[in-house]
Design a protein around this ligand. Structure first.
Ligand SMILES: [Zn+2]
Length: 416
């Protein structure tokens, strides 16, 4: 603690007014803190708590909890369930749960072969979804973002028709998103570079007045997986597609790096003398284990869905099996480097890798066994992701909801 003079520590010379202001400010900030505390308790509880349960768990008085619960009910952030019949005398306890179908956040994704939008409510239910497939390699960002706006407008209309209010949106992009100011720095497979995507979105009516944030798709997908899993809170998540991204989840939080640019495993080098990558370097992992390469090496078209490769592998097609094994070896090499660096013992493979599990994972595990220094003492396990297609959209919607949960006061004030 600082021992030097500071304005906050100086006695208030002008008497009671400033002390009174400070005290009022403290009270207000305490009320905001308590509101968040009560909301979090209800949203994170394993079984719906009553007001008395919340008072016991938080140390707040019953009266304070009741006032806060009433505010959260009025703002439609929580709901009351049927009262529990109880043996003892007195009023029956009313369990409290996250509100369903009242408020939602939208997750949107631009990927190389699809655009998607989904909305989640506070109960974690998906209340709207739209997917449009297409080929967005080396695309015109203005045209693509216009389609994104049209898709978001459809999702918004669905929500409005159901009487659901929207708290905000998050756009997942397959590239380097500047976490401070929002511009997209580079999405190699889209061919987009140094674009103020946030500004471009606001050219469309649907995004005006709606808070929109941007994030990297693999980091968002990793967040969705961390929420779905619930058991493991430290793992590497790999999102496989034409590009390959990773999310480093440490103690339940996605490690974003200084700028939010961590996890670009697709551009870690497998062989410096290898083929040219869309990023301009040579021998990147994407050129060995990205979807396009997997399909082409199997004699299939990159435009076909990954299910076609899975079917070929099921038939025992040798080219398909060899393509998958080669990709698995390259993926295992890159992952071994990462595990040696950050010390995690769980790897979760998502995106196109999950359905390839029976043919891909052994090759990955073999490389981890051979290359991870600590492997004899701590086995690195590899499993398929629990969250399927659209994980980044789900993670985006969750990120927006999380911000609301961490600071519900402004929403509550706006709803009063
Ligand atoms: Zn690259």
């Amino acid at each position: 603690m600082s021992t030097g003079p500071s304005p906050a520590r100086r006695p208030a010379r002008s008497g009671g007014k400033r002390a009174g202001d400070r005290s009022a400010a403290r009270q207000a900030s305490l009320r905001v803190h308590n509101l968040t505390l009560v909301l979090r308790h209800i949203l994170e509880a394993t079984s719906p708590p009553s007001r008395a349960d919340i008072a016991t768990a938080t140390g707040l008085t019953r009266a304070t909890v009741s006032v806060l619960v009433d505010r959260l009910l009025r703002a439609e952030l929580i709901r009351e369930l049927e009262p529990l019949t109880q043996q003892r005398a007195g009023r029956p306890a009313i369990p409290l749960a996250p509100a369903s179908g009242t408020i939602a956040a939208i997750g949107i994704e631009v990927n190389v072969d699809y655009l998607g939008g989904c909305a989640l409510d506070l109960a974690g239910e998906q209340v709207a979804e739209r997917i449009v497939t297409g080929d967005f390699r080396n695309s015109d960002p203005r045209l693509v973002l216009a389609r994104v706006a049209a898709l978001a407008a459809e999702v918004m209309t669905d929500l409005q028709n159901d009487g659901i209010r929207v708290v905000g949106a998050c756009l997942a992009l397959p590239g380097l998103v500047d976490s401070r100011s929002g511009p997209l720095r580079h999405a190699p497979n889209l061919g987009w570079r140094d674009l103020d995507v946030g500004l471009m979105l606001r050219e469309h009516a649907v995004f005006r007045g709606l808070p929109v944030r941007l994030a990297n798709e693999a980091n968002l997908a990793a967040r969705a997986e961390a929420t779905a899993d619930g058991e493991t809170d430290t793992f590497l998540y790999v999102s496989g597609d034409t590009g390959i991204g990773a999310g480093i989840v440490l103690n339940g939080e996605v490690y974003r790096g200084r700028h939010g640019w961590s996890g670009e495993i697709g551009h870690t080098v497998v062989d410096p003398s290898g083929p040219l990558c869309s990023c301009g370097a040579t021998g990147c992992l994407e050129r060995y284990a990205g979807k396009d390469v997997l399909m082409l090496e199997a004699g299939l078209s990159p435009d076909q869905p990954i299910g076609v490769l899975v079917e070929a592998a099921e038939r025992g097609d040798e080219r398909a099996l060899r393509s998958i094994t080669d990709a698995g070896r390259a993926l295992g090499v890159a992952l071994a480097n990462l595990v040696n660096l950050v010390d995690v013992d769980q790897i979760v493979l998502g995106g196109i890798y999950a359905p390839l599990e029976p043919y891909l994972f052994d090759a990955v595990v073999a490389q981890l066994r051979a290359r991870v220094l600590s492997a004899p003492w701590a086995t690195v396990t590899v499993r398929a992701a629990k969250v399927g297609a659209g994980a980044a959209m789900v993670g985006g919607a969750q990120a927006v909801l999380r911000r609301l949960i961490e600071d519900p006061a402004s929403w509550v004030a706006g709803s009063a």
